[in-house]
Every structure is written in C-alpha cells, then in structure tokens.
Design a protein around this ligand. Structure first.
Ligand code: ZN
Length: 318
C-alpha cells in the first residue's frame, strides 16, 4: 500500500500519528527575551462549532475567536473566567468565547441569516473581512474572578480586516506593544480545527539593545513564515511546529495546559434568571404552557411546565 492510498474511512491514509491536541503550549525562544504560546484545538473546537450548524464563515470566525481567547487567556494569571467578545452592527452581531482557568472552553455567535447571505453572496470569501462580517462595533476582553474581586474589562473599537488585526489594535491601545498573534481556523477531513500562535517580548535582562531588537525581529519573521496549514495540521505535533519555526535559536517548552469543551449552564442558573423576571414577562415566554430555555453556548434545553413556573414564584415569595 502506498502512502497515498485511502484508508477504510474514506480519508487519505497518513502514517504520522495524531498529535497532542486541545492544549496551550507555552514556550520561550532560547537566548532571546521572547516567550510565546501555541494553541492547538481539534476535538474541542469541532464540538463547539458542530453543535451549532453555523454557516461556514460564521464557524470559521468563531473558531478564530476561541483560539484567540485561549491564546490571550494563556498569558494571564487569573482564577475565574476570561471572555473575549465582539459586538457589531454587521451580519454577525455577536461572538463570545470564554475560557475558565481550569481549561473549560465554550463559545457562540449570533448572526442575521439574511444580512449574511447578502454579504457572502456578492463578496468572494477572501473579501469577507471583519468590517463586512462584524460591522462597526467593539472587541471586549473581560476577566471575571468572582464576586469578591473587581472585574477587569478592556474594550476597543473593531479596527482591522481580521480578528488578529483587531487584537493587535487592542495591544496598541493598551500599550502592550510587544505582543503579536497569528490565528487560523478551518474544517479538515476529521472535523473543525483552530490554532493560534502568540509571541511576547519580555523586558530584556541584559545584552545590547541591537541584539535584543534583532532577536525579536527574527522571531516575528519566523512566526510570519508559519502557514495556516501548519497551525491546523492535526498530525504536526505542537513541539515539532515550534522546533520547525524557531530551531535556529532553540526553543524551550513548558508544561502544557489542556483544554476541553465545557459549559457552566445549569437548571439552577436558569431558574435563578426566570425567578428574577416579572410574572407577565414569564407568561409571554410560554408556548403551549411550557417555557423552554436553550443555552446559547451548548444548546442544552431546559423546560419548565406551568406548575414548575408557579413553583419558582412560590419559592421566591417564601
Ligand atoms: Zn450551556
């Protein structure tokens, strides 16, 4: 059998074993004041996108959002939830991706099918930029560490043709001038995949300024040379990709953090929301005597019968 023969599942056979997946791999370039993180998402992003049946461009952009959220969260020390969100007046009016410090990841998008069809109908896929798909709006970064601490939020206007450019605009606005990110998402034979590569320049410990600058510029050029294909290749191990890119200086990898799809919705949370609503509003939600609440993130459905709704209000009065 040749290497190009087709396996029983109809996909081309590939003798390379599947690489570790759904993780954040932190690394440092040897001898340089440069650190980074590589995000690889396979089964996780496939699970997040697959349950929604989004149009292709929506799924691709949300895939990028989730990979970016993982890359950005990986740079933070926090105990709680990191959220990346876009809101705009374009066809995709909302995208949310969040990641807990334990590695639970989720995301969803809201879009207007008619507006989206109007845009995707006339433009080639390459022309589907952030201004066309998301419109004018903002990108928000939120770190929520529970009710006992203050919530951090950074907001910038959506500025740039791609989500990565919008994040770069945020870096400029928040004076994180020495951070860059590259991101990709796409559907391969085995399902959806997404990847992100981030580099950050550290304050130099010592050494001539010229050398430090050269090291940073070289790292940026090497990062730019990585392809979308490499970021998404399920058989290219994260460490092999890092070595391929940065082997000249050498690259040191640190402990990976693993990620998994996870939602924090629960019947109790939905009950709490319903309980907080006025009775006439609850009545307006009823269809055939039932209120059905669907989680936007994971599509879990919570149903409440007439008597259960009445019960909510009773326990509220008690
Ligand atoms: Zn949920």
């Amino acid at each position: 059998m040749s290497a190009r023969s087709t396996a029983g599942n109809g996909r081309p056979a590939d003798s390379r074993p599947a690489a570790p997946d759904d993780l954040i791999q932190p690394f440092k370039i040897e001898g340089q004041a440069v650190r980074g993180r590589l995000v690889r998402l396979g089964p996780l992003i496939d699970a997040v996108l697959d349950r929604h049946q989004y149009p292709l461009v929506v799924a691709e952009l949300l895939g990028e959002m989730v990979a970016l959220a993982a890359g950005l969260a990986g740079a933070l020390k926090y105990d709680g939830v990191f959220t990346l969100q876009t809101k705009g007046d374009g066809p995709i009016h909302l995208m949310v991706a969040d990641i807990t410090s334990d590695g639970d990841v989720r995301g969803y998008a809201q879009y207007d099918a008619e507006k989206l069809a109007a845009v995707t109908g006339v433009a080639g896929r390459a022309a589907l930029s952030v201004p066309k798909l998301l419109g004018a709006g903002y990108l928000a970064f939120t770190v929520d560490q529970g009710s006992h601490t203050e919530r951090y939020q950074g907001i910038v206007e959506l500025t740039g043709a791609t989500l990565a450019e919008c994040v770069h605009h945020y870096f400029r606005q928040s004076e994180q001038l020495d951070s860059v990110v590259k991101v990709a998402a796409g559907r391969a034979a085995g399902g959806w995949r997404a990847g992100a590569l981030m580099l950050q320049r550290l304050p130099p410990a010592a050494g001539a300024a010229d050398e430090v600058e050269d090291g940073w510029r070289r790292a940026l050029a090497l990062m730019a040379s990585s392809t979308e294909q490499e970021l998404l290749d399920e058989r290219l191990a994260p460490n092999d990709l890092l070595y391929r890119l940065f082997h000249e200086d050498g690259v040191r990898v640190f402990a990976q953090s693993s990620l998994r799809p996870g939602c924090r919705c629960s019947r109790e949370r939905v009950e709490r929301v319903l309980r907080s609503l006025p009775t006439d509003e609850l009545e307006s939600f009823k269809v055939d005597g039932l209120i059905t609440v669907t989680c936007e993130f994971c599509s879990a459905r919570y149903e409440f019968s007439d008597s259960q709704i009445a019960g909510l209000k009773d326990s509220d009065d008690a």
